[in-house]
Design a protein around this ligand. Structure first.
Ligand code: PLP
Length: 392
């Protein structure tokens, strides 16, 4: 057993912030008549849509389910493709594969880890007639730093493609003064405990489009529709399944937590940003690290604080990771480029496909950042990291 007096306090790279009123909100639902399909999901959806500046939100059981629903609502299927970033969580590509679509990967901007619009344009221009048709661009706002949405939306318009944003890191982020969620056709969020707010497990898709909204709802509940029947209703009990859907519903227990958490998003993001400013001050112009920067007119929710190791440190990354762990600092690497996973390699995706993403993976370390993290803990991370790299 570790001795709590001598072993260091564990600092994970991210964690939830749960307060008494969050707990009470969940208890209230547990004491109520309806644990699912009550009023909390609708209230959470309305609050989320308003926060994002979009008319509609559909809450569901995870960010992965949200991606799956978004791809289904967009009409993606076999013989289609999406164009996305290899620097993301597996689900961005996997959910496309789940509907039979092919994930195509464009390389990143090495400063941000975000998909590079020039690489998107190059892939679209060099596409052959027999290749699966790219129907959507799926930008991922890595760590909370918005992608270049102006360029991406303009490319999408030029090539007549949909834009489906993976905003799982970016609830509260802004690009050109607009909240992520208000910009493109569909935006996906996750409420896993490490994300900006949590519902335990949970996710949502936000959209401006009423037809997409109705399709998202339909696929969330078994492909069943409540009106617009194809056949005449047999009676008042009648319902109709018009497509193959799932049970991806969020329960009212989860939605109550989400509703309570969403009220705190401004404070949570500001707390993350204060921690980021402390890391920035310690590591800017550092001989061994590069820090993440907000580019142009953007505002990051800082889901992560990703530093990149400069050349002389890259070979020591695994060692640094282990030494930090011994000191109770649980850094993480985001991400192994998706196509390097055995599943994708076996499908023929080659190593070297996106060299900048592979180089980013070799350098990236995500330092602890979460709203309840104390400044003395931030300082401990800074001091420990500096001491370890000095020793070499
Ligand atoms: C967390 C995450 C997901 C998946 O969300 P879950 O709620 O864990 O299913 C998808 N994409 C990105 C970028 C994520 O960070």
């Amino acid at each position: 057993m570790p001795n709590p007096k001598t072993s260091p306090k564990i600092l994970p790279y991210g964690r939830q912030t749960i307060e008494d009123d969050d707990i009470q909100a969940v208890v209230d639902v547990l004491k109520s008549e309806r644990l699912t399909q009550g009023d909390r999901v609708g209230l959470f959806e309305a609050a989320l849509a308003e926060y994002c500046g979009a008319p509609y939100a559909v809450a569901c059981s995870s960010g992965t389910a949200a991606l799956h629903l978004a791809y289904l609502a967009a009409g993606l299927g076999p013989k289609d493709a999406i164009l996305s970033s290899p620097i993301s969580f597996l689900a961005t590509a996997n959910a496309a594969a789940s509907v039979g679509a092919i994930p195509v990967f464009a390389d990143i901007d090495p400063d941000s880890g975000n998909i590079d619009p020039n690489k998107i344009e190059a892939i679209l221009t060099n596409r052959l007639a027999q290749d699966p048709k790219i129907k959507a661009i799926v930008p991922v706002h890595f760590a909370g730093f918005p992608c270049d949405m102006k360029a991406i939306v303009s490319i999408a318009n030029k090539h007549n493609l949909m834009v489906i944003e993976d905003g799982c890191h970016a609830l509260g982020s802004e690009a050109e003064g607009r909240k992520i969620g208000s910009i493109s056709d569909l935006t996906v969020f996750s409420f896993h405990p490490v994300k900006l707010i949590t519902t335990g497990e949970g996710g949502a898709v936000v959209t401006k489009d009423k037809a997409l909204y109705e399709r998202l709802q339909q696929f969330r509940t078994h492909g069943v529709v409540r009106d617009h029947f194809a056949h005449k209703a047999d009676g008042p009990w009648y319902y109709e399944m018009q497509a193959l859907g799932f049970n991806y519903r969020m329960s009212d227990i989860h939605a109550a937590l989400g509703l309570s958490q969403l009220k705190k998003i401004k404070r949570f993001v500001e707390a993350r940003r204060a921690i980021a400013r402390r890391y920035d001050a310690a590591f800017q112009n550092h001989p061994l690290f590069e820090i993440p920067l907000e580019k142009g007119n953007t505002y990051s929710a800082y889901h992560l604080y990703p530093i990149r190791l400069k050349d002389s440190l890259v070979a020591q990354k695994a060692n640094l990771f282990e030494r930090l762990k011994e000191k109770g600092i649980l850094v993480q690497t985001h991400y192994i480029p998706i196509y390097l996973q055995p599943y994708y390699r076996n499908l023929g995706y080659p190593k070297g496909l996106c060299p900048l993403a592979e180089d980013f993976y070799a350098r990236e370390l995500s330092l602890p950042i979460y709203p309840s993290m104390r400044m003395e803990d931030v300082d401990r991370v800074i001091e420990t990291l500096n001491a370890l790299v000095k020793k070499g």
